[in-house]
Design a protein around this ligand. Sequence first.
Ligand SMILES: Cc1cc2nc3c(=O)[nH]c(=O)nc-3n(C[C@H](O)[C@H](O)[C@H](O)COP(=O)(O)O)c2cc1C
Length: 476
Amino acid sequence: MAFYDLRQFIDKLKETGDVVYINQEVDWNLEAGAIMRRCNETSAPAPFFQRLKSYPQGYRLFGSPMATFRRLAIAMDMEPDTPYQSFLEEFKKRTKNPIKPILVSDGPCKENKLFGEDIDVLKFPVPLIHEGDGGRYIGTWHISATKDLGTEWVNWGMYRLMIHDKNTLGGLMVPTQHIGMILNKYEAMNKPMEIAVAIGTEPVTAIIGTCGVPTGINEMDIIGGFRRAPLEVVRCETVDLVVPATSEIVIEGEVLPNQRKDEGPFGEYTGYQAGGRGPRPVVKVRAITHRNDPILTSSNMGAPIEESDICMNVAWASDIWMQLLNAGFPITGVCIPVESSGTIVVVATKKPYNSIANGIAASVWSTKNGKHIPRVVVVEEDVDPYDLKQVIFALGTKCHPVRGTTVFDNMPHSPLIPFLDMKEKTYFSSANVVYDCTWPLDWDTENVPKLASFKAIYPKEMQERVLLNWKNYGFK
Ligand SMILES: Cc1cc2nc3c(=O)[nH]c(=O)nc-3n(C[C@H](O)[C@H](O)[C@H](O)COP(=O)(O)O)c2cc1C
């Protein structure tokens, strides 16, 4: 059953042991961030901070909302111990069945309304998440809604938002992402772009905000499909946009055309503060609405495992899988190892012809999500792409350092990839590489090395005999 709001989701996490209520006072200045980070790195339950230093009772902070596969499963009404592959299947299925939202006239997010002098984003216990961040980030687990110019497309995506002052925010809106594409159109006409930021939504909304839904498709409909129930939305007060009715906090405003202010650095999904500080778009706040006793949500991006290694990972992998099948590749599995922070994708395939690895890689990089992944590892179908041990073994033993490796230079890139130099970050372009871990088809069969593993090198009868007698030999 779909969750009505974030509070119902947290109640469920309490039932399953996936949240810890922290009643001790915690400092928003790094302490909450450090707790979230340690939770992420140990796959601990989500920390739910009840009392933040210098903030009144009731102003709460829910950290690391989706930093485990268990929490993703619970959010999607699946078994908490669902394996990785099943998420890919489920994402594929639910993406195909969108459900439109329902517009309602009122909702809990309207319980308090702030305009003019009353606007202050620091009213909420916004954490300084990592040491060295450029500021306190209020937008790290939310959606930003913006409307395309000239079409009916409304994009809901997750793009970080830093506080400049009580009514000014700044964020990263790169041109390869939907918000950046839309902003380009407004800026070409020197028009402000209206924006609504919904924080503390029912759980699926923020998940889909990270998923890279295709251009022109409204995330709202996909959210309905994932919830298997329509999302209730309400109109904003000062912008022509809608937001989830049960959002904890809604910030309405406009992105000022062609204005930039320094933003960053920030601990990012690739595991580093790699993007640096630089001139980035500015949001002027027009209004804030919020629930009574609001819950701010926050994710601590950085080294694995955090929300991007869970939500973006599964969405990208299932999307790449679908796109490769549509392109006619006989693939048998796709995995983005969580340890790679979204920088490596492993594709398992049948091998009907020699050049298939490069074909697969080129196809991966032609997709919106796949173009963020600089390394493609192609393995044969006998390798389990979800088993890192098997993948590393194939990479080390089957991929020739020259013939098995092809570099594609001057490819579109996320500026957050840590190994890029400054010029590459500025111009969003760098090199990608494909590792072909498949045996060449032009080798004579006798030249293909025989795998010396229990399963591959012994006759079936011998394997069965050994397994049958295993305990008799004295093993457990
Ligand atoms: C916590 C978090 C913060 C993110 N911040 C940004 C960001 O500041 N800028 C960005 O381009 N992508 C960011 N992303 C990734 C986007 O949410 C993701 O690529 C999504 O697909 C963007 O939506 P779009 O495909 O509609 O553009 C973030 C992801 C997460 C999980």
